[in-house]
Design a protein around this ligand. Structure first.
Ligand SMILES: Cc1ncc(COP(=O)(O)O)c(C=O)c1O
Length: 389
């Protein structure tokens, strides 16, 4: 079935954050898609608008059922229906969990380069970031196990925020990696948030492994954060959830989500999520194939047209993590923020600078390829122009 992914959509006039840019600029930064959501979601929302009342909304059992059935069929893991806690988005949920499970002044471990808002959730709440940078070798990322355990063993380290799959590198963590993370965290009394927002966007044929699915320890010590928002392009509808199997942990987190005012859905979030998870599978498989073709086109183009740059191979997310080390060293540029600004000035292409994901992102840029082919082509040509000028 043709879902029209190729179309270069007009996103002007809808207050899009990504498209809040200057004239003749092309945004390929914020992680949402320039592609329409699944038809089943549009239909569900149209029906909801037609009803014409927009009062307070509950989280019905159909929501929990849809979430559990989705994780069972797509990712092979069974969760208890009662373990699903609605949250308006993932970042506010992480903030609430940080405030529930840790005290001011304690350390929270992260593995940079990693999603920038993890740092905010830690420092904005008066907690301290404890970094265990990933090892980058031969174009691949892996966990530095010795350093990771050293950081976890700090008596004031109480929480680890895992990005699974990993933004921005696109890593899919193996079952063995996840089991080892769980073993070390349990050994040192560290709870785990597994942010799995990108789990549905994997290369066709390659599966995501949920952290909690690996063994009973992982299940017991973790909170899985999920949402249809990345896969179905519904971030603006504000529908996410935390999966907490441990009943004591769940009660405390549920209480905090409610206190923080992020446990109450809006009138569209429930319908959209149920539609995505009960009727969206065919669309999702089609978009995955399309996005990974885009990703491969971008990687090939960068390798052949942008000297000193290369895309890191990855099997998840619609984000291309570009290693610009050789280019930057050759041109005496020592921060990706400077490089990002230079590219924007020369070509109008707006990318994310790698250093917002931590010091280890200093020589990298992040490119979002979730758009029609014409726009992808435009973005890649702008990048070439900017770096060969
Ligand atoms: C790993 C990760 N977590 C969370 C978010 C944001 O989630 P939300 O919009 O639900 O707060 C993003 C957005 O890019 C992300 O990449």
């Amino acid at each position: 079935m043709d879902f029209g992914f190729e179309r270069d959509l007009d996103l002007s006039g809808i207050y899009s954050l990504k498209w809040h840019i200057g004239p003749d600029e092309l945004p390929m930064w914020v992680a949402d898609m320039d592609i329409e959501t699944a038809p089943c979601i549009k239909e569900a929302l149209k029906k909801r608008v037609e009803r014409g009342t927009f009062g307070y909304t509950i989280v019905p059992t159909e929501f929990n059922d849809a979430v559990c059935d989705w994780w069972k069929t797509r990712h092979g893991v069974s969760f208890d229906r009662d373990s699903i806690l609605f949250s308006t988005s993932i970042v506010p949920a992480i903030n609430s969990i940080v405030r529930t499970l840790t005290n001011v002044g304690e350390y929270i471990v992260v593995t940079p380069p990693v999603y920038n808002m993890f740092f905010n959730s830690i420092t904005d709440n008066g907690r301290k970031v404890l970094e265990s940078p990933l090892i980058y070798s031969d174009g691949k990322y892996s966990i530095d196990w010795k350093d990771f355990e050293k950081k976890l063993s700090n008596p004031l380290a109480t929480l680890f925020i895992l990005c699974n799959p990993h933004n921005p590198t696109g890593n899919i963590w193996s079952k063995e990696d996840l089991a080892h993370i769980g073993e070390l965290c349990a050994k040192h009394g560290v709870a785990v948030i597994s942010d799995e927002i990108h789990c549905d966007i994997t290369r066709p044929g390659i599966n995501h492994t949920p952290f909690a699915s690996v063994n009973e320890t992982n299940r017991r010590i973790s909170i899985t954060c999920g949402s249809p928002s990345k896969a179905f392009n519904t971030a603006g509808l504000h529908s996410a959830y935390c999966i907490v199997e441990d009943p004591f942990l769940r009660a405390r987190i549920a209480n905090r989500l409610s206190l923080d005012g992020v446990g109450q859905p809006n009138d569209f979030s429930i319908d959209a999520t149920i539609a995505a998870y009960t009727q969206g599978a065919e669309w999702l498989d089609a978009i995955r194939a399309y996005l990974f073709e885009n990703k491969d086109i971008a990687a090939d183009f960068i390798a052949s047209h942008c000297p000193g740059m290369k895309a890191v191979d990855s099997d998840s997310t619609y984000l291309v993590w570009i290693d610009c080390t050789a280019y930057m060293k050759k041109h005496g540029i020592d921060s990706s923020n400077t490089l990002q600004q230079l590219i924007r000035k020369r070509s109008g292409l707006v990318l994310s600078a790698g250093d917002i994901y931590g010091e280890s992102g200093r020589y990298f840029l992040r490119l979002n390829i979730a758009c029609g082919r014409g726009r992808l082509d435009d973005g890649l040509k702008r990048l070439e122009k900017a770096v060969t000028e």
